[in-house]
Ligand binder design. Structure first.
Ligand code: NOJ
Ligand code: NOJ
Length: 433
């Protein structure tokens, strides 16, 4: 071997040893240390996917991945959930950078509402990052999108009102007139007039009536009624409230009293067949994204808890990684899933956002030990640099599917926020002498 080759080998070996060192360190890191480290990684990963250089300000890419799979689009659902995290960060810190991100999201969203598209309404699932319509075939419409966008922006509008910025709210977010000229009002009009129509589910596969979609539609309308009242739009408030209450009736019909689960879809009229178990983590996500603190189908509701337990036991035996350790169960979308992150001719896997959702759910249900178990499951499979993809391979546990999935980061962060809340509550419960 020449001296040059020896040097090359020494370099290679040093690199490998360093990498092994880093990954063992990450594995050995205590849970609390990992949470802090992962929080940094998740924030970085999330911000990185907002307002991409080749897109318009306010666009949120679902993932930087442009092929196998191509997730380089602004999905209305993902973007609303991600921006809701930014609204919470703004509320806690009042930092200008967050405020600016939200303003950009408002103008991008308004342009989405005004862009003609193949859904012919507001249920268009995704847009190109320059704001133009995506014209390919897709499962459309997806009517959870406008509801989620309204929930996020109503939260922001209420925050602005508490800062005395009413004029701003009326100009950009909620105007009292019809036809609506602003983003929230436009979404509320759409949701209140179209919630009874069938649409594709959040996984973009099944056409029908969905628990998830209806839960977030209800919240959007009732949160919206509250905002409308604050702004003196009483007639609209009454109408949104009336539709919100009608949605409650319809949500009760998802309870299957024989199987003791909330089923994910009723009245399927098209799309993917074969979801015979009717079990889907979408129900838990519906509670997380749709619960408004008013006691209606809360995380401690018996029907919701029963669904979560049945869902967990289904996934526990389905994925081999769940047999290998005493960590929390890795959770997928639904048992019959065939989408492996690249194609649907394969087998489904556990998802990061589904596993994080169970963590968040149990923190909110008052069972933090169980919440921690699900986050420890994520700790075990997360990449050493903290990056998270869409899925974890059901046999090897390695990350797979779209890399740096923005929604994965958002779901880790909201689980962490829920954990921090229960930790605070623990402190206030401890008697202070
Ligand atoms: C991409 C969708 O986003 C995903 O949810 C679905 O499973 C596959 N296409 C197959 O339909
Ligand atoms: C596929 C998921 O099924 C869907 O919910 C999501 O909106 C897109 N990927 C983009 O992340």
């Amino acid at each position: 071997m020449s001296q040059k080759q020896v040097k090359k080998w020494v370099l290679k070996i040093t690199l490998v040893i360093t990498l092994i060192g880093i990954s063992t360190l990450a594995q050995a890191a205590s849970f609390d240390q990992w949470l802090e480290f992962e929080q940094g990684a998740a924030m970085k990963g999330l911000f990185n996917n907002i307002s991409p250089k080749d897109g318009n300000p306010g666009a949120v890419v679902a993932s930087p991945s442009r092929n196998n799979p191509n997730y380089y689009f602004h999905w209305v659902r993902d973007a609303a959930l991600v921006t809701h995290v930014i609204v919470q960060l703004y509320q806690n810190t009042k930092e200008h950078s967050y405020y600016d991100m939200i303003l950009n999201y408002i103008s991008f969203s308004r342009s989405n509402q005004l862009t003609p598209n193949r859904s012919g309404g507001l249920g268009e699932p995704k847009f190109n990052v320059d704001g133009s319509a995506f014209n390919g075939d897709w499962g459309r419409p997806q009517n959870d999108g406008p509801a989620l966008r309204a929930i996020t922006l109503i939260h922001f509008a209420k925050e602005l009102l508490s800062e005395g910025k009413e004029e701003f709210v009326r100009a950009l977010l909620y105007d009292n007139g019809l036809p609506a000229q602003t983003v929230i009002k436009t979404d509320l009009e759409f949701v209140s007039h179209h919630w009874k129509e069938a649409s594709f589910d959040l996984w973009e596969e099944v056409l029908g009536d969905h628990f998830y979609t209806r839960m977030v539609q209800r919240r959007a309308l009732l949160d919206g009624a509250e905002l409308a009242r604050m702004l003196g739009d009483h007639g609209a408030a009454d109408w949104y409230e009336k539709q919100g209450l009608a949605l409650e009736e319809s949500l009760f019909s998802f309870w299957d009293k024989n199987r003791k689960i909330l089923v994910t879809t009723l009245n399927q009229s098209g799309g993917l067949q074969g979801k015979t178990s009717d079990l889907d983590v979408a129900v838990i996500l519906g509670v997380l994204h749709g619960y408004r603190g008013d006691g209606f189908l809360s995380p401690t509701d018996d029907r919701v808890l029963a669904t979560a337990a049945t869902l967990e036991s289904a996934f526990k035996t389905l994925y081999s990684i769940n047999g290998q350790s005493n960590l929390g169960t890795a959770i997928g979308r639904y048992p019959e899933d065939h989408y492996d992150g690249y194609t649907t001719s394969s087998q489904g896997n556990p998802w990061v956002l589904a596993t994080a959702a169970l963590a968040e759910f149990y923190y909110k249900a008052g069972d933090p030990k169980k919440g921690d178990a699900f986050l420890k499951r994520l700790q075990y499979h997360s990449n050493p640099d903290g990056s998270l993809s869409e899925q974890m391979n059901r046999d090897s546990g390695f990350m797979q599917g779209a890399g740096d999935l923005t929604w994965s980061y958002a779901s880790f962060l909201t689980a962490l926020f829920a954990k921090e809340k229960t930790d605070e509550m623990d402190h206030t419960r401890t008697p202070q002498n």
